[in-house]
Design a protein around this ligand. Structure first.
Ligand SMILES: NC(=O)c1ccc[n+]([C@@H]2O[C@H](COP(=O)([O-])OP(=O)(O)OC[C@H]3O[C@@H](n4cnc5c(N)ncnc54)[C@H](OP(=O)(O)O)[C@@H]3O)[C@@H](O)[C@H]2O)c1
Length: 244
């Protein structure tokens, strides 16, 4: 049994992973805003929850310092799901500057802050494993989502460097980068839902395996990277059914 921290456990993918790992592992589930959802997700024995905004360095530091005061409480594995989407789905030239800042802050600064604070704790564990989320849009581009796509490229870039920095501490860090994943679209505004559905339709026609990814596809890759992988670090693994 390992201890797994899921940052952004309320996310579509994070919530599925939490349910999959629940029976065999100890979980620490992080959330940002949606306390009710995280509570309803898993109400099992021993599941800890933790709340902070990944853009707030002091809050992250306080939360982790409190939670990981003893070595036995430090996770063996971290899955980082938190993200902000391009909710305005505009060309860069038309994007709102506040949203640009917010996407970069959450998807890149927030990730850097979190890892900056977490890694010194993880060094105390032997063989900690980190999985981050990129996206296939970092290599194919995303019309009307350029800032989001660029932050996802930054995720795989920083993982590459951290892998080299932390190899001597036996910390492995890898990135999974899915193409479109079948998620519950009902939470989105009608306009954003339409944008997503059109994008998914265009993309799925180009997928050799003939379907978009599902949560199980992601889970199997992450399970491998966390618990069966002995020699892969700093890599980005694309989960795209054969498409580029
Ligand atoms: N879904 C896809 O098709 C797809 C495709 C390729 C890559 N990915 C990547 O896979 C990962 C998971 O995607 P998803 O679709 O499951 O995500 P999602 O459902 O959009 O959830 C994003 C999560 O991020 C958290 N969050 C947002 N701002 C935050 C902040 N400032 N501080 C802390 N947490 C914050 C939210 O937490 P609360 O709910 O608690 O507020 C939310 O649960 C992301 O990195 C995404 O880029 C997804």
């Amino acid at each position: 049994m390992k201890k797994i921290l899921i940052i952004g456990a309320n996310s579509n993918i994070g919530a599925f992973l939490a349910k999959q790992f629940y029976n065999d592992h100890e979980l620490i589930l992080h959330y940002h805003r949606n306390q009710e959802r995280i509570k309803s997700l898993i109400e099992g024995n021993g599941v800890k929850t933790i709340q902070f905004d990944i853009c707030n360095y002091t809050d992250i530091k306080d939360s982790f310092t409190k939670l990981f005061s003893e070595k036995k409480d430090i996770p063996d594995a971290v899955i980082f799901c938190s993200t902000e989407r391009s909710k305005d789905f505009q060309k860069l030239a038309e994007s709102d500057s506040k949203l640009i800042d917010s996407i970069i802050n959450t998807n890149f600064n927030g990730l850097c802050y979190s890892l900056n604070i977490l890694i010194p704790f993880l060094r105390k564990k032997n063989g900690a494993r980190i999985v981050l989320f990129g996206s296939n849009v970092s290599r194919i581009g995303l019309k009307n989502g350029s800032v989001y796509a660029a932050t996802k490229a930054a995720v795989s870039s920083i993982a590459r460097s951290i892998a080299i920095e932390e190899a001597e501490n036996n910390i492995f860090i890898n990135v999974v980068s899915p193409g479109p994943v079948q998620i519950d679209n009902s939470q989105f505004s009608p306009e954003y839902r339409k944008f997503r559905e059109e994008y998914y339709m265009q993309q799925s026609e180009k997928i050799p395996l003939g379907r978009v990814a599902n949560f199980e596809d992601i889970y199997h890759t992450i399970d491998f990277l966390l618990f069966k992988n002995s020699y892969i670090t700093g890599e980005e693994i694309f989960i795209t059914g054969g498409s580029l």
